[in-house]
Design a protein around this ligand. Structure first.
Ligand SMILES: Nc1nc2c(c(=O)[nH]1)N[C@H]1C(S)=C(S)[C@@H](COP(=O)(O)O)O[C@H]1N2
Ligand SMILES: [Mo]
Length: 427
């Protein structure tokens, strides 16, 4: 509510104060608004005096200027340069589950390239009956599918292993996006090339690589390649943005973002994994004893409260409060989310906005009446495999402190009585 017009009388101010003191909260604030003349209601406003923008003003729309805060952000010490870089989705400011492409996190190893559809080629070679090259127009002639999936970088929350570090859900959990992809099943394309030459498919792999300088090559076991992997060219109904791999990217549902090769260029059917850089020195987790976990492809169940959170403090005082967040699992659907306000001592079930979808983000809400005292706010996800999101202590017991990747531990926000929230750990 704006006080800038200066038209509010002292008595109105007192009235507002007394309502707040009575703890009547957000609902009564509406009644207070009616107590004095509100120029936003009683005066004719500029926007009603003349016509607005014409329909030709915005051939392609961007968010209104007042939403200029809902943007990707960097963490300076994580972004050595903008070529090998990462930025973060503003999950604290979004609702629902679909991430608009315009603010979905980006991770590039050698910058985002501009590749025309006409210059696009996808090769399938190796242990196939007939090596093939597809143009973009060729891909459009295969039967198409639509699926919503989350893409999470394995490094999401990686900075939080040793302790609470980054102050905001965008920074601790924002290496994730969730889009509706349209594309062709990888199985369809592999079958077009013919897998007879590969023999027994059980021990076969595909090696996928991109057209950018880094190529970001990764090995994927054939079982996954023939399961639900998509060769996608649309996201949320429109062409992939350049930064997400235009014109074609791989979608590897539930598996770490690094395998979602952008600007997809080549798929080789092989009799073993390549053990490339991105799957050996990177994206593996070193344990206490110095050995590393290998082939940790699946992103385990995880959740985070997006509001209130450090970038989305409570600004309305005690009373009705909507607590909300996101949950996801690479092993299937989210079946439930619990919320704790006391650092994990007690839990209550949150409401899922819609039944959990396979390997996609699920929105949860807890509609509560906040008593105005401080909270240690947490969320805990469960998935269709029966897996329950672990605490940081439980995860460290198994993995130690050397890891960077695959941190799916429960997150805590310390929400103070004034509504300000901070990233903390509870032991
Ligand atoms: N060709 C190519 N594919 C790539 C990358 C890359 O640098 N080059 N980065 C990978 C990583 S580490 C992640 S987390 C995802 C990020 O996808 P996004 O940029 O669309 O968010 O793309 C993956 N695919
Ligand atoms: Mo990543």
């Amino acid at each position: 509510m704006s006080e800038s017009s200066g038209k509010h009388s002292p008595s109105r101010r007192r009235f507002l104060t007394s309502v707040a003191a009575a703890g009547a909260g957000a609902v009564a604030a509406g009644a207070a608004r009616a107590a004095g003349p509100d120029p936003l209601i009683t005066e004719v406003q500029d926007w009603a005096r003349a016509t607005g923008d014409g329909v030709d003003a915005t051939p392609y729309g961007l968010p209104i200027e007042y939403e200029g805060d809902v943007i990707r952000r960097n963490v300076e010490w994580l972004t050595a340069d903008t070529i090998s870089s990462i930025n973060f989705t503003p999950i604290h400011a979004l609702d629902g589950t679909i991430t608009p492409q315009g603010c979905a996190f980006e991770r590039h190893h050698s910058g985002a390239i501009a590749l025309k559809k006409e210059d696009y080629r996808l090769m399938i070679n190796g242990l196939v009956d007939q090596p093939l090259v597809f143009s973009y127009a060729d891909l459009e002639r295969f039967p198409r599918q639509n699926h919503v999936y989350f893409c999470e970088c394995a490094a999401n929350s990686g900075m939080e292993w040793a302790g609470a570090q980054l102050n905001g859900a965008q920074f601790t959990h924002g290496m994730i996006h969730n889009m509706e992809y349209s594309g062709v099943s990888l199985r369809t394309l592999l079958e077009e090339a013919g897998l007879g030459a590969a023999g027994d498919l059980k021990d076969k792999w595909v090696y996928v690589e991109g057209a950018d300088a880094s190529s970001n090559g990764r090995s994927i076991p054939m079982e996954k390649a023939l399961d639900d992997v998509l060769v996608a060219f649309k996201a949320n109904g429109e062409a992939l943005r350049k930064e997400h791999g235009y014109p074609v990217r791989l979608v590897v549902p539930g598996w770490e973002g690094n395998m979602w090769v952008k600007w997809l260029r080549r798929i080789e059917v092989m009799d073993g994994p390549v053990e490339s850089r991105e799957e050996t020195s990177k994206y593996t987790d070193t344990l206490e004893d110095g050995t590393s976990r290998k082939w940790t492809w699946v992103m385990d169940a995880k959740s985070v409260v997006t509001s209130p959170s450090p970038q989305a403090p409570i600004t309305h005082g005690a009373g009705p409060l909507v607590i909300t967040g996101l949950a996801w699992s690479g092993r299937g659907a989210i079946t439930g989310v619990d919320v704790s306000m006391d650092g994990g001592k007690s839990w209550q079930p949150a409401r899922l906005a819609a039944p959990g979808q396979d390997k996609a983000l699920t929105r949860f809400y807890l509609d509560t009446n906040w008593d105005g005292s401080e909270m240690l706010l947490q969320s805990r996800a469960r998935d269709s495999s029966g897996y329950v999101q672990p605490t940081k202590a439980q995860l460290r017991e198994v993995r130690g402190l050397n890891s960077i990747y695959h941190n799916n531990a429960i997150q805590t926000w310390w929400v103070k009585a004034n509504g300000v929230a901070e990233n903390v750990e509870v032991s």
